[in-house]
Every structure is written in structure tokens, then in C-alpha cells.
Design a protein around this ligand. Structure first.
Ligand SMILES: O=C[C@H](O)COP(=O)(O)O
Length: 214
């Protein structure tokens, strides 16, 4: 079971990595853009905080440029791995990069056929978007389950990382499908940690402890 935080925010990442429960960080161009910092500097700084992988997406649109960009990003730190967008160019780039031994993750996966093609291109991970599928009126979790089942029955080595997660229960539902990994936003991770009953219980313990005349 691999868990990642879906964030490019240094403060959030610095807070959660020491928990020792995450295998790394996933980013995307939207998350990077939100930080309003120099791309390379930001990724290098995140890489220093992360004991694990930092997934960084290329923004080029043609396979050849995607490959060059991926190789450049990949050279910034040892733990940086590459996200490619699903499509003809992404598949081409994935095939080239996998032959070069660069670890890749095919993102924006919305169907089992897309996941199968990405696996054939040699990606290490596919990222189906649970929340965004739900937004369209379809069932994101069923998509995850179908991809996991097809990969298992075909003995495909590519791992499935459930992305676009909107709440703690979705993390658990995704894990119950047999998915290899889940990436979640900071707020979802906090919601998994916290429970009002835990807070009430701890407050009671401390009150009783402090009131005791020992
Ligand atoms: O990069 C993939 C993200 O997990 C997408 O999540 P989002 O739908 O919350 O933007």
C-alpha cells in the first residue's frame, strides 16, 4: 500500500513527510502554478523534503519535447519521476522513456482501454481520476476496480494509483479495490488523522491527569 500527498506546497509537504507514512508527493501543472514560484527551484526544494518519489508532470505537447523535458526534469534530483498526459504523444513519450529506464506515470486516465495502452507503453503507474469521473456522473471507484481487475488478470506489472481523491472514505474504498497506491490532497490526509472523539478523549485524559493529586 503506497500513499502520496497530492500537493506542491512546501509547507504542507514539510508538515506531512515526517509522519513517515507517505511514499512521496504527486504534483501536476495546476498544483505547481498555484505556488507562483520558479518551477525548477520549487521541484528541487520539494525533492529535498521527500524521502520517496516526487512525481512531476511534463508540460510539452509533442512526444519528442516531452522526452527531452522529462530527461531534464529527471536530472534535477534522484527521486524525481515523470508524469505524462494520456494521449498519442504521451504514449509515444512513455514508450521511449521506459526503454531508457525512466520511471513514468500516465496521468489523466479515464478508461480501462487507456490504462491498458499505457501499461503496454511501459509506464510504471497509471493515474485514474476518481473524483473527476464522479463529477461527470460516472463511478470513479468502479473504474479503479476495473483497471485493477484487468491488470491482475493479465498479470500486468504497471501499478494503479487512485488520483483525484476528495475524501477519507474514498481512500479506503480505493484501497479495498486492491489498488497499489492512492494520492490525496493535504486536507484529505488531515481528515484521516483527525477525529473529534479522539480530541474529546485526549482532553478528558489530560484533565483527569492534571487534576489527580499524585
Ligand atoms: O494530478 C491529479 C490529481 O489527483 C487531480 O486531482 P483533482 O481532481 O483534485 O484536481
Amino acid at each position: 500500500m503506497e500513499l502520496y500527498i497530492d500537493s506542491a506546497n512546501i509547507e504542507q509537504i514539510a508538515q506531512v513527510m515526517p509522519l513517515g507514512i507517505l511514499q512521496g508527493v504527486t504534483t501536476n501543472p495546476t498544483l505547481i502554478a498555484k505556488e507562483k514560484r520558479d518551477f525548477q527551484t520549487l521541484i528541487r526544494n520539494i525533492a529535498k523534503l521527500v524521502d520517496g518519489k516526487i512525481w512531476c508532470q511534463v508540460t510539452s505537447t509533442e512526444a519528442e519535447s516531452m522526452v527531452n523535458e522529462a530527461l531534464e526534469i529527471n536530472s534535477w534530483a534522484k527521486n524525481i519521476v515523470i508524469k505524462l498526459p494520456m494521449g498519442m504523444e504521451g504514449l509515444k513519450a512513455a514508450s521511449i522513456l521506459s526503454r531508457k529506464g525512466v520511471e513514468t506515470n500516465m496521468t489523466l486516465v479515464y478508461s480501462v482501454p487507456q490504462a491498458v495502452l499505457a501499461a503496454k507503453a511501459g509506464v510504471s503507474y497509471v493515474s485514474p481520476y476518481v473524483g473527476r469521473v464522479d463529477d461527470t456522473g460516472w463511478d470513479g471507484m468502479s473504474l479503479i476496480k476495473e483497471i485493477v481487475d484487468v491488470f491482475q488478470s493479465l498479470q500486468v506489472k504497471t501499478k494503479v494509483i487512485a488520483a483525484s481523491i476528495r475524501g477519507p472514505q474514498q481512500v479506503i474504498d480505493a484501497l479495498r479495490t486492491g489498488v497499489h497506491a492512492v494520492t490525496m490532497p493535504y486536507q484529505v490526509l488531515l481528515s484521516m488523522v483527525r477525529n473529534p472523539m479522539t480530541d474529546i478523549g485526549l482532553e478528558q485524559f489530560m484533565t483527569d491527569w492534571n487534576n489527580a493529586n499524585m
